[in-house]
Design a protein around this ligand. Structure first.
Ligand SMILES: Cc1cn([C@H]2C[C@H](O)[C@@H](COP(=O)(O)OP(=O)(O)O[C@H]3O[C@@H](C)C(=O)[C@@H](O)[C@H]3O)O2)c(=O)[nH]c1=O
Length: 151
């Protein structure tokens, strides 16, 4: 539906983002560099609700397999750039919908995401003002329960 591309330097942390109203599944590919990518299950009906999963994603070199990560609708998404620079390309299942744009705090203590900050070799984290004001998980406005998931 929409193609996005972002460029970031080492230490940039984006997330944890999701959209209300027009949820976005995301197919992630790193064009250059190395990121640690994380998905958080926000589907209240899911047995994995509130759990996170992290993945190292690197650009494909001639010897490597192509790495693509699929993040379904109903998940929050974020990543931390571990290489000097990184270009990330991702396709989404819905268009950007600013009114539904939401951010959960990357450092939320309930989620307790184990970001690989030690891999930054002392480079400080860089979080946007918007993401620094992300909601705590327990205060976040979550997507509605998907009736289709219950049957
Ligand atoms: C994502 C996006 C942002 N924007 C604008 C809004 C704002 O002015 C500027 C920067 O927005 P952000 O700070 O949200 O950009 P960014 O931190 O790159 O947001 C992305 O982060 C990763 C982790 C995701 O999961 C993506 O879905 C997306 O939310 O770009 C668009 O116009 N269209 C878009 O699709």
């Amino acid at each position: 539906m929409q193609d996005n591309q972002s460029f970031s330097v080492k230490g940039v942390l984006r997330g944890l983002h999701y959209q209300l109203g027009k949820p976005q599944g995301k197919l992630i590919r790193v064009l250059s560099g190395h990121i640690w990518d994380v998905a958080v299950d926000l589907r209240r009906e899911s047995p994995d609700f509130g759990k996170w999963a992290g993945f190292h994603l690197k650009a494909q070199s001639s010897a490597d397999q192509l790495q693509l990560l699929w993040i379904p609708e109903g998940f929050a998404h974020g990543f931390l750039v571990l290489s000097d620079t990184a270009e990330v390309f991702y396709k989404t299942t819905n268009l950007y919908h600013p009114a539904g744009d939401r951010s959960i705090l990357w450092s939320d203590p309930v989620l307790a995401i184990n970001w690989p900050i030690e891999a930054l070799d002392g480079i400080p984290l860089s979080v946007s003002p918007k993401d620094a004001l992300g909601k705590h998980f327990l205060d976040a406005e979550l997507p509605p329960v998907e009736v289709t998931h219950l049957v």
